[in-house]
Design a protein around this ligand. Structure first.
Ligand SMILES: Cc1ncc(C[n+]2csc(CCOP(=O)(O)OP(=O)(O)O)c2C)c(N)n1
Length: 625
């Protein structure tokens, strides 16, 4: 280091444009016995002001380059090589510098852009065009979701404040590119993965691949995330060519899940046509969505999942995700059931349940716990986080690798309820974090009777999640494969970064708010469109049959098989005369004595979490430790 400083001092007069007075031969530092030595190298008899790039601030840089050059001439750019050679040969200041040689072809050892630039006479235009292509790629990453086909109904009125559409073939002019540039090859920047193994592509292909990644049935909102690694991770997940492909088995499993989700609601509708059940019709892909998240999380090592959700689709989740016995669900529709245990019963779409089962995809046991929820929308959110935190604490799961939470939301409630924002702000606090929650929004584009234009001021119902830098994956819920894909990514995100993530299932509500409401009175235009909408299962099975994944006969047999399961359970449910509340608890409380202790712990922990008191929480945990 000392030597370096000395050299700076010796270069100083040169850089400060002083004239050397002491000797006709000044000296630059050279290697000293394997290290550096002084050798007379150049004359400073003339003013070095003739070399304007040598000034006080560049001296360190020049000095380092000089050392590098001494070790190997090829360590520096050719222009500096010539400069140092001339200087060593005694060229006077101002004469040592020569214009760099033209950048030409591979023989100069350079690749990529330089090669492309070198091949063109108009270097400036080419650099400008490359920068334009980079901007275009970035525009897709930032705004691709604006034009993605997210709404199955095609009536979405998401308001982007009239932001102009800056992507697409028709808009290349905005970047100073022309149609004639579409077939030119451009080098891809490191901030995109659309190339796969290719490092350069024609502009036409660049745009096509970006449209595939960002403007189909998935809209990815992530460019507000501050962490570069996280942004790169997401780009890779969505941009890599051919990444959204599924095996035949995966497609068949998905179809089976769609059948159960759809036929369950249809069965309830047939049997209890005048009962409120807050059906899932219009967002049936919620069931495969949750199952995919659970499968992938289980593969990643999660052993326990705590879920919280509102009324919409709750019976379906109980039946087809948690796997509550169907007869137990059906008997809830019988008003003559007598309560067997203490504690009041609640409406069936508020009840919770706990179940431990083998996950067939991961081949590991997993515990699923769906919390009971009150009518008060989103109030269950911090309760789920409290239960998750407690389970993580007691099982020594300090990083949330084994216990995780999933929260479901309605679009209106997610945007409207302040508790959602409060819960997000607990998500990354050391004492409260549950190391990443996966949020799934059943975005049926309506809240009771109100459409989004009158229900929120933000473009999306999910904008509240941006405050914690959670990525948001909007997906057209009429495309079950796209839903499955984003749910896999969401589970991997949670497993990789242990941060919140949102899946926004853009869907519709086929019936009224409940089955007794007539939505044509309040939203006639929307419901005119919904009446024309083909069911998602129908569309999906037609696609799979066309692809040769299943036959119509296979599909019909699967439907008949599930319908029979429902019919048999319905017959059994008639034998149930008594309602056991203990069958509807979201945690296993085995026997009476430990029950009361455990219930006490949970309720005080819930209180602590809901009231936001960490000292109460700690106290509660200490009292049972
Ligand atoms: C805190 C609270 N406010 C209002 C209500 C009344 N309410 C029940 S459902 C509902 C609409 C909810 O819409 P959304 O969240 O989009 O869910 P969806 O029913 O459409 O699935 C409202 C306002 C409630 N239950 N809780």
């Amino acid at each position: 280091m000392h030597r370096l400083r000395t050299t700076v001092a010796r270069l100083g007069p040169l850089a400060a444009a002083q004239t050397a007075q002491t000797a006709p031969q000044s000296r630059l530092l050279a290697l000293e016995g394997g290290a550096r030595t002084f050798q007379p190298v150049r004359s400073l008899s003339a003013s070095v002001a003739a070399e304007p790039f040598l000034n006080g601030t560049s001296s360190n840089y020049v000095e380092e380059m000089y050392y590098a050059w001494l070790e190997d001439r090829r360590n520096v750019h050719k222009s500096w090589d010539i400069f140092f050679r001339n200087a060593n040969a005694g060229a006077p200041p101002g004469a040592a510098y020569q214009s760099p040689p033209p950048l030409s072809g591979p023989s100069d050892g350079m690749t990529g852009v330089r090669m492309l630039v070198g091949a063109q006479p108009n270097v400036e235009k080419l650099v400008k065009d490359h920068l334009a292509v980079q901007s275009l790629i970035r525009a897709y990453q930032v705004r691709g979701h604006h034009i993605a086909k997210l709404d199955p109904l095609g009536i979405s009125c998401v308001d982007f404040d009239d932001a102009p559409c800056t992507v697409g073939f028709q808009n290349v002019g905005l970047y100073g590119l022309t149609e004639g540039d579409l077939d030119k090859v451009f080098r891809l920047p490191a901030s995109t993965f659309i190339g796969g193994n290719a490092s350069a592509l024609p502009l036409r292909e660049i745009i096509r691949r970006l449209e595939m990644a960002y403007c189909q049935h998935i809209g990815v909102e992530f460019m507000f995330i501050n962490d570069v690694e996280q942004c790169q991770w997401i780009r890779q997940k969505f941009e890599t060519p051919g990444i959204m492909q599924f095996s035949l088995e995966e497609k068949r499993t998905l179809l089976g899940r769609m059948i159960r989700s759809t036929r369950f609601e249809e069965f309830l509708q047939r049997k209890w046509s005048s009962e409120k059940r807050f059906g899932l019709e219009g967002c049936e892909s919620l069931i495969p969505a949750l199952k995919t998240i659970i499968d992938r999380s289980s593969q990643c090592g999660v052993e326990s999942v705590i879920l919280g959700m509102p009324h919409r689709g709750k019976l379906n989740v109980l039946a087809n995700v948690i796997r509550k016995d169907l007869d137990q669900i059906f008997c809830q529709f019988d008003s003559k059931l007598e309560a067997a245990d203490e504690g009041s019963g609640d409406v069936k779409y508020h009840l919770g349940m706990y179940h431990r089962r083998m996950n067939r995809v991961s081949d590991r046991y997993i515990t699923l716990s769906l919390m009971a929820n009150p009518s008060h929308l989103e109030a269950v959110d911090p309760v789920v986080q409290g239960k998750t935190k407690a389970e993580q604490f007691y099982s020594g799961d300090t990083e949330g690798k084994r216990v995780m939470s999933i929260l479901l939301h309605g679009d209106a409630a997610f945007a409207g309820q302040g508790i959602v924002y409060e819960t997000f702000h607990l998500s990354d606090l050391p004492s409260y974090t549950t190391h990443g929650t996966i949020h799934v929004v059943v975005n049926n584009q309506i809240g009771f009777t109100t459409d989004p234009r009158m229900a929120r001021s933000s473009p999306y119902p999910t904008d509240v999640a941006r405050v914690v830098n959670a990525p948001i994956f909007h997906v057209n819920a009429d495309d079950p494969e796209a839903v499955m894909f984003v749910c896999n990514v969401a589970a991997e995100w949670r497993n990789t970064f242990h941060k919140d993530v949102v899946v926004d299932l853009v869907s519709y509500r086929r019936n009224g708010h409940n089955e007794m409401d007539e939505p044509m009175f309040t939203q006639p235009l929307m419901y005119k469109q919904i009446k024309k909408q083909k069911g998602v299962l129908q569309t999906f099975v037609e696609k799979l049959v066309a692809e040769g994944v299943v036959t119509t006969q296979h599909y019909e047999e699967e439907v008949a098989r599930y319908d029979k399961i429902c019919e048999d359970a319905f017959a059994h449910s008639k034998d149930e005369k008594i309602l056991h509340i203990k069958h509807w608890l979201d945690s296993p409380w085995p026997e009476t004595k430990s029950d009361s202790t455990a219930v006490g712990i949970t309720s005080s922990f819930r209180h602590a979490v809901v009231s936001g008191s960490s000292s109460a929480q700690t106290e509660c945990l200490r009292s049972v430790a």
